[in-house]
Design a protein around this ligand. Structure first.
Ligand SMILES: *[C@@H]1O[C@H](CO)[C@@H](O)[C@H](O)[C@H]1NC(C)=O
Ligand SMILES: *[C@@H]1O[C@H](CO)[C@@H](O)[C@H](O)[C@H]1NC(C)=O
Ligand SMILES: *[C@@H]1O[C@H](CO)[C@@H](O)[C@H](O)[C@H]1NC(C)=O
Ligand SMILES: [Zn+2]
Length: 978
């Protein structure tokens, strides 16, 4: 050991052997070691599109060109062996890599092998944490990590998670980092009150225990809070984008070495006061820095030389080029015990009136498109695995899932799904998703043709949300193929625009399926701008797990259809709608939702639901802070009702399949309160926009539920769509909160659900995209559905959030809230599977004709031998290039949450699939980039005492056991199939 150390010292820092922790530069035990971490923060789209950033286009908007950054950094590293650099965003690196010759690639591999170029984070992008669902967040990390392993080898595997810019941090994502094998996580943004206190107590570094279900240390991750978000200390910014004085050490009146060294020593000592060891880290870089890397590096070379020269005169500071993992290794060696944190880092505020809680809702249409695209990616990916090569190349052309996978990965970026990019960049994100959809639709068509053994003209109706579909509107006969990506049979509601008055629907076995025809609602008609059919055909499609079923539809009468039945607006609203499970009462005067009854459980609750708007602050005497894309700041805690005091106008649609009360709150806000036959929950389909701003007032629209539940300030929201966290109004678990924004400071990300409860009853609202939500007074909960603002909030995007929409008059957004009223004990059993159904929903493909070629083929198919148990979700089924199949299975309940659901469960992986037979199985890390038994992590000591490490049991693929909240990743080699 001593000999090795000596050798390292002799060879100098640059010549260290081997990558990883072995390659770290030597430090000086008795001194304060300042680890300079040169880095660039390259947003995967923000003020410019991804392509514009990569190529350096539109430098008048922002001077930034990532290809030049990578060129320049590599040259600077090669020029001087002691220099180091870290890089994070694989979306850019992969693109640059594709353009490099073999010699450059070899140089880069060499730098990585020597530990001089370190990959940190290593996802396709640095994902958002509030609006990112765990499914796509996990996949984008895996996508980046697998690229790095493939192209750069084991030394390319990131050991440090690098979330230096996201606007708050989620517990579920931290758990994912831990399970992917990261040794530590560095974050830049935590609440200003939290940070001040942590600095004072030297708790800037801690162990985050990110799961209450997984046994420690499985979901423990060492977490470091950076001193200056991710910027260099003041006065030491030497990029071409900065204007701090460079180090001048020549014989000139400009010589400033003494000043610079003294001020650096001062900064280092004051930073060290907030950290526990004789090591501190300084991030030397910022947004799109290092396009001319020489400026940064030559100044740091000089800084290092002059600061360390002071040691001869008694200075106790040693400064060195380093990386986050080398810094982490020093902390690990310090052998301290660290405080444990179990809550999360939401909401984030960088000042008393600066809560970054607006982006939880910003750009609701993009947030929905992202969620829907992840849904379609799962379908595409599953069919690619199930139908094999026939899915990629087939009668409909070449398809594959990679374009959509990369687009969905890009959308996880902390300025993408967060809604904080400029409008034209947002449009480009949508363009990228659309390109991925096209390739996947070809794949889905090929796969369905191969699996059914027929070759019809498939039609993809992408505008069913506004009831537009040319085929169903015109055709007298057509087929509907419904694919179900979930592991259990589902009854899925279909709603297709049609012109006829009555239809016969037959299932795959030729049995009649009950159907109804209803008029298209006024709101939908107005939304789609006049075009389209007058009616909608409704039926419930029962679809097998991980498979499809075919329904044939034929118009019953020929000739001109009679005029559709017109629903008559009623003078007084109906008192109730009901099905066999739920009864819903309305206020006969106002037309508002008034009470919900769960008839199965015999529980009922008064629930008043209505829409309100907060008046967006444009700044006031307390603070000039305006509400904007990032920040939510209402100018009053009392929102105004959207409807007039007389209530809402309503009309009723009732038939054997559905009961709907249509409520019109205003010319720009409406809702359908819907109960379908057989559904044990209530659906609220809201349509909001264009939000009027002609009065010069920005508006933030909420749907609020008021109940008499005694909730004692407590409510619950999910973390990345998975774990549930308890929230308490005007309270933070880790510090004594000084609440300075009574509404915005109580908003939390609602990725998939929010609920309130008392000892007996739980009211849960599931969302179809990420939104902001809260419980502003006891018994209430609210979700922000849409916002339109007139001011920029001064966090860089430089535009007021006022989406024009297709018409230019303002964006209209439609979405759904699913409302469950359940006894507390059975609530999780209902909302867990329903939330998966919302994220990974069935998808319908239409085909012209009936009795055509399609009906001669296989009309129903399931890739599973049996349904999955109710507590298991098939998170991933994806084809590998070598013909293997990647499978992720997860237990979708938390420990102790449900009597039945929270039981461990065992799956037979070898006989799970009918589409192919599994020959052998290897268990991988969660990132699917290395075998599970090759994962080794640094061991940290919590101040609560060391945790026992649990070696994973030997895998028996016939008995794969899943504990609550566990996700297991397998590489299966398969045979047979198509
Ligand atoms: C060390 O101190 C001496 C005497 O004050 C001074 O001349 C010399 O420049 C100092 N060296 C450094 C590196 O600051
Ligand atoms: C639909 O709109 C038309 C024209 O604006 C109106 O006359 C009719 O009453 C509306 N129908 C319902 C059910 O609101
Ligand atoms: C709470 O914060 C406000 C705004 O910064 C400040 O004026 C007030 O003094 C703080 N109160 C306490 C008790 O710290
Ligand atoms: Zn950023």
């Amino acid at each position: 050991m001593a000999a090795l150390l000596l050798l390292l010292l002799l060879l100098g820092a640059g010549a260290a052997a081997g990558c990883g922790y072995q390659s770290c530069p030597p430090t000086r035990p008795g001194l304060l070691n300042v680890h300079l971490v040169p880095h660039t923060h390259d947003d995967v789209g923000w003020l410019k599109t991804v392509d514009q950033y990569f190529y350096g286009v539109r430098n008048s908007v922002q001077r930034a060109g990532v290809r030049y950054i990578l060129d320049s950094v590599v040259a600077s590293l090669v020029a001087e062996p002691s220099r180091r650099f870290v890089y994070a965003e694989v979306a850019f690196l992969a693109r640059w890599w594709a353009q490099q010759d073999q010699a450059t690639r070899q140089r880069v591999r060499q730098l990585v092998h020597e530990g001089r170029l370190e990959l940190v984070g290593g996802g396709w992008c640095m994902s958002d944490e509030a609006a990112a669902h765990y499914g796509p967040a996990l996949e984008q990390l895996a996508l980046g990590r697998r690229f790095l392993r493939r192209e750069l080898g084991g030394c390319g595997a990131p050991r440090v998670a690098w979330q230096i810019d996201p606007f708050g941090h989620a517990r579920q994502l931290a758990a994912i980092f831990a399970q992917m094998g990261y040794d530590g996580l560095f974050v830049g943004r935590v609440d200003h009150q939290d940070k001040a206190r942590r600095q004072e107590l030297r708790r800037m570094e801690l162990i985050w225990r990110a799961s209450t279900s997984l046994r420690p240390p499985a979901a423990d991750i060492f977490t470091g809070i950076l001193p200056n978000v991710y910027n260099p200390p003041d006065g030491f910014c030497w990029d071409q984008l900065c204007s701090d004085p460079p180090v001048v050490d020549g014989d000139t009146v400009e010589n400033n070495v003494d000043t610079i060294v003294s001020s650096f020593l001062k900064v280092a000592h004051s930073q060290a006061e907030h950290y526990r060891t004789n090591h501190i880290l300084m991030t030397m870089g910022s947004d799109f820095h290092y396009e001319n890397a020489h400026l940064w590096f030559s100044n740091m070379d000089q800084l290092i030389a002059h600061v360390n020269a002071r040691q001869a005169n008694g200075s106790r500071v040693h400064v060195l080029y380093s990386t986050p993992s080398c810094y982490l290794q020093e902390l690990n060696r310090a052998n301290l015990s660290w405080s444990v944190k179990t809550d999360d880092f939401f909401p984030y505020a960088d000042g008393p009136h600066q809560f970054w809680t607006g982006y939880f809702t910003s750009r609701p249409a993009l947030k929905r498109y992202e969620r829907l695209s992840y849904n379609f990616l799962q379908i595409c990916s599953q069919l690619e695995a199930v139908a094999g090569a026939a899915a990629r190349e087939g009668p409909y052309g070449s398809g594959d899932s990679s374009v959509l996978r990369e687009a969905v990965a890009v959308l996880q970026h902390h300025d993408a799904v967060s809604g904080t990019a400029k409008q034209d960049v947002t449009d480009d994100y949508a363009r990228q998703l659309a390109g991925g959809w096209q390739r996947c639709q070809v794949l889905v068509a090929n796969a369905l043709a191969a699996l059914s053994g027929s070759k019809p003209d498939f039609v993809f109706c992408d505008a069913l949300n506004v009831s537009v579909c040319a085929l169903s509107e015109a055709a007298a006969r057509f087929s509907v193929i419904v694919y179900n990506p979930l592991g259990r049979r589902l009854s899925w509601p279909l709603r297709l625009p049609v012109s006829g008055a009555a239809y016969a629907v037959l299932d795959a076995q030729g049995r009649p399926v009950p159907s109804e025809v209803v008029p298209v609602s006024n709101v939908t008609r107005w939304l789609r701008g006049g075009a389209g059919a007058a009616r909608e055909l409704l039926f419930q499609a029962s679809v097998p797990p991980l498979g499809f079923s075919t329904f044939s539809v034929s118009r019953l009468r020929r000739g001109e259809p009679p005029r559709p039945p017109k629903p008559t607006p009623r003078l007084s609203p109906p008192r109730e709608i009901r099905n066999e499970h739920v009864r819903v009462l309305f206020d006969p005067v106002t037309g508002l939702l008034e009470q919900i009854e769960n008839l199965d459980a015999g529980v009922s609750l008064p629930v008043l639901q209505s829409f309100y708007w907060y008046n967006a602050s444009t700044g006031n005497s307390e603070s000039s802070q305006a509400s904007g894309a990032y920040i939510f700041r209402p100018n009053s805690s009392d929102p105004s009702p959207v409807s007039s005091s007389k209530g809402v106008s309503t009309y009723l649609v009732q038939n054997s399949l559905v009961q709907e009360l249509h409520q019109n709150f205003s010319s720009w806000c409406s809702q359908v309160v819907r109960l379908r036959a057989g559904q044990p929950y209530l659906e609220l389909e809201w349509t909001v926009g264009p939000i009027p701003v002609d009065d010069g007032v920005g508006k933030e629209i909420i749907s609020r539920f008021e109940t008499p539940l005694r909730t004692g300030s407590v409510f619950y929201t999910d973390s990345n769509g998975r774990q549930i966290l308890e929230r308490r109004r005007n309270y933070r678990p880790t510090w004594d909160l000084n609440q300075t924004e009574p509404v915005a400071g109580n908003y939390y990300p609602v990725n998939t659900r929010i609920f309130i409860k008392d000892e007996k009853v739980q009211l849960t609202v599931l969302t179809d995209r990420s939104q902001g939500g809260s419980s502003i007074f006891d018994g209430s909960l609210e979700l922000m559905v849409h916002r339109r603002l007139l001011c920029d909030d001064n966090r860089g995007v430089g535009e007021p959030l006022s989406e024009p929409g297709a018409t230019g008059r303002g964006l209209v957004v439609r979405g759904r809230h699913l409302v469950l009223l359940e006894p507390v004990a059975s609530a999780a059993e209902r909302h867990r599977p329903l939330a998966q159904e919302l994220v990974v929903a069935p998808y319908a493909v239409l085909a012209a004709g009936e009795g055509s070629s399609f009906s001669r083929g296989r009309r129903e198919f399931s890739a599973l031998r049996t349904e999955l148990p109710p507590n298991v979700h098939l998170l991933t089924l994806a084809a590998e290039d070598d013909g293997n199949v990647l499978v992720r299975l997860e237990h979708q309940f938390e420990r102790g949450e449900s009597v039945n659901g929270s039981q461990p469960v065992t799956i037979d992986l070898l006989s799970l699939f009918s589409a192919f037979s599994v020959v052998s199985v290897q268990e991988l890390s969660l990132g699917a980039d290395l075998p599970l038994d090759a994962v080794s992590r640094l061991v940290w000591t919590p101040d609560t005492g060391p945790s026992q490490s649990h070696p994973s049991a030997k895998l028996d693929p016939r008995r794969v056991r899943l504990e609550p909240m566990e996700i297991r990743t397998f590489l299966a080699s398969v045979q047979g199939g198509l």
